[in-house]
Unconditional design. Structure first.
Length: 133
């Protein structure tokens, strides 16, 4: 079981409906399952997470997207969020931030890892670590 699945599995309100090993599978599963939330990595094989997010937005427009990735480059984060994703969490902060990010994104809010929030706040409203009200 992945870190993401085990972390989200601890929250009784969340139900994991599928997992994918690459970007193509992520798009296919999103189209089939129409989940409330899709958690994507930037570095997915076969189809990167940013392109997968673009495709998911078209096949499952009501699914919210949260990036969980090792990539902490603010330009990449900006590109990922430009796909319509609502959140971006850097993996090294996931133990502290993932559940808060999931809750915020499911409520329609933005969530940006604290280490990237300063770089992205001028560009993206409602950013900055903890979800805004």
């Amino acid at each position: 079981m992945s870190f993401t699945a085990s972390t989200l599995g601890k929250e009784p309100r969340f139900q994991i409906v599928g997992e994918a090993l690459d970007g193509h599978q992520a798009v296919q599963k999103a189209q089939e399952l129409k989940p409330d939330l899709v958690v994507l990595d930037i570095g997915l094989p076969k189809l990167n997470g940013i392109e997968a997010a673009r495709r998911i937005r078209s096949v499952s427009p009501d699914s919210k997207i949260l990036f969980l990735t090792a990539n902490d480059d603010s330009e990449i984060a900006r590109e990922a969020l430009d796909t319509g994703a609502r959140g971006y969490v850097v993996k090294r902060d996931a133990a502290k931030e993932l559940l808060a990010a999931v809750r915020a994104v499911l409520l329609g809010r933005r969530y940006i890892s604290k280490q990237l929030a300063d770089a992205l706040i001028p560009i993206i409203p409602q950013s900055g670590g903890e979800p805004s009200e």
